[in-house]
Design a protein. Structure first.
Length: 134
């Protein structure tokens, strides 16, 4: 067991090292992400530490980052292959098929925000009838 400040310092060091690698920030451990997000929320990070992490493009919001990354990978897959991914498709190690399947399900169930709905609908290019929004 390490004191909280030691764990925070280790997590910040992990982010600095990981930011130089391909695939960052996806290569960060879930524990590091959670620790730093919680520390920010609880006010345990200094302004300098938060600025440092933000400069390294630390993903402060999990859901927003996951959607943006998924849409970017799905768009890249579409541009490279000329079609939308099937369920098991991979693009540069990212499971675009799985992501895309879940977005289509959420779209049909009207569970996406209007912004996300528009992004998903733009990729669909009208190939699927959009559900009526109630």
């Amino acid at each position: 067991w390490q004191p909280r400040h030691a764990r925070l310092n280790a997590a910040i060091a992990e982010v600095r090292v990981a930011s130089r690698r391909r695939g960052y920030p996806a290569t960060l451990s879930a524990a590091t992400l959670r620790l730093l997000r919680d520390a920010r929320h609880e006010g345990h990070l200094t302004d300098l530490e938060m600025a440092d992490l933000s400069a390294l493009l630390f993903p402060w919001r999990a859901a927003g980052y996951a959607f943006e990354r998924g849409m970017a990978a799905t768009t890249a897959y579409f541009e490279a292959n000329g079609r939308l991914p099937t369920y098991s498709a991979l693009h540069e190690g990212y499971r675009v098929g799985n992501f895309w399947h879940h977005q289509k399900v959420a779209l049909r169930a009207s569970r996406l925000s209007p912004e996300r709905e528009g992004a998903v609908a733009n990729l669909l290019c009208g190939s699927v009838a959009l559900p009526a929004r109630t």
